[in-house]
Design a protein around this ligand. Sequence first.
Ligand SMILES: [Zn+2]
Length: 88
Amino acid sequence: MAKPKGKTPSLLSMSTGIPAAHTCGKATPCDRCNEKVSKGESCFRIPKMKSGFTGHPLFCVTCTKEIIQQTTAELRLLVEENQHILNT
Ligand SMILES: [Zn+2]
């Protein structure tokens, strides 16, 4: 394998991007549960590709936690199911 150039990408940075902590500027509903995040409250912005451009929908902390847990579970499964390939 040739030496890869640059920073190692992650699945997050290669697909939609990495969630960024954000302080809500104006009351905005969470993109997932529709619960309103009040101005000044902590939340996350997760980049999302939508018909060619990248949006930054807002997610409440509870939904972000669930998304992170789901990501972790899927990654673990990916590694477990492909150990025979990844460990050679
Ligand atoms: Zn939510």
